[in-house]
Design a protein around this ligand. Structure first.
Ligand SMILES: [Zn+2]
Length: 51
């Protein structure tokens, strides 16, 4: 994934760039992005809007 994805890191308490962002599907069928914070490495999720 070449595009930079931004998510909210609960540890940094601010928006951070995803590291190793991966598209996943949650249990309810919605697409989400899973990765880790590029600053501290904490796991981050971002809900993607379904198209
Ligand atoms: Zn962080």
């Amino acid at each position: 994934m070449a595009k930079k994805e931004i998510g909210y890191c609960v540890k940094c308490r601010e928006k951070k760039e995803f590291k190793n962002a991966k598209k996943v599907t949650m249990k309810n069928g919605r697409p989400a992005l899973k990765g880790s914070c590029s600053t501290c490495g904490t796991g981050m999720y971002k809900i993607l809007s379904s198209k």
